[in-house]
Write a protein that binds this ligand. Structure first.
Ligand code: PGA
Length: 252
């Protein structure tokens, strides 16, 4: 049985005071010992203060991006080890906003995944197609390239979670239907089985992301291949995020 994993991607939101209030609210409202994994992914400057705010909580935290070099003249970048030093457990790599706004390609993302794992961070690796790619019948080809050009070979899947985030569903209020999510997740799992083996594919957790809300979370996570969610907008309000955690717990 794959344990469900609810992750909140705060993106470039929240002041320190707002972040502290959000964590306080989530901790007060969520169940005591949730049978699911929970993570929050604050902007870099909030990592250290969130380590403190989360002390004694089962919620883990991580960063939204990293660079692949360990140190040096890379103004504005942050290394995996610097992230790890904050107490962070994980990092998101390949989010569609990194791919499309910051033009990060599969070759760069592969280096980032390798570097993050080497520093001891868990990785949420994001994949997903644009609307025009889906409409042109290219969804599987796009996902295939995002998987095979980044994963495989020496890269162990043990500390990787994949997030399927169709770009047309991110921040648009237009969620993929549970059937669309299931179809893409099943494709990803099948592709991973070919790239690794069927046992690795079976244990791999695949999150869905894109306009997840408290009222659709349970149904999405009841699909056989949907093992959790990566949540943007709805992770910024304690009631909404706790509603999604409860949806994960209630999912069949
Ligand atoms: P959204 O973002 O939940 O606001 O659609 C999801 C994401 O980008 O991870």
């Amino acid at each position: 049985m794959r344990k469900k994993y609810v992750a909140g991607n705060w993106k470039m939101n929240l002041t320190l005071a707002e972040a502290r209030a959000l964590i306080e609210g989530i901790r007060a409202k969520m169940p005591q010992n949730p049978p699911v994994d929970i993570g929050v992914f604050p902007p870099f400057p909030l990592l250290f203060p969130m380590a403190k705010a989360l002390e004694g909580s089962p919620i883990i935290f991580g960063a939204q991006n990293c660079y692949f070099e360990p140190k040096g003249a890379f103004t504005g970048e942050v290394s995996p080890q610097q992230i790890k030093d904050t107490g962070a457990r994980a990092v998101i790599i390949g989010h569609s906003e990194r791919r499309h706004i910051f033009k990060e390609d599969n070759a760069l993302l592969k280096k980032k995944v390798v570097a993050a794992l080497a520093a001891g961070l868990d990785v949420i690796y994001c994949v997903g197609e644009l609307l025009e790619e889906r409409d042109a019948g290219r969804m599987e080809a796009v996902l295939d390239a995002q998987l095979t050009e980044v994963l495989g070979g020496e890269i162990s899947l043990d500390r990787i979670v994949i997030a399927y985030e169709p770009v047309w569903a991110i921040g648009t209020g237009r969620t993929a239907t549970p059937q669309q999510a299931q179809e893409a997740h099943a494709f990803i799992r099948q592709r991973i089985a070919k790239l690794y083996n069927s046992q690795s594919a079976e244990t791999l957790r695949i999150q869905y992301g894109g306009s997840v809300k408290a009222d659709n979370a349970r149904e999405l996570m009841s699909q056989p291949d949907v093992d959790g969610v990566l949540v943007g907008g709805a992770s910024l309000k304690a009631d909404d995020f706790v509603g999604i955690i409860n949806g994960a717990i209630a999912a069949k």
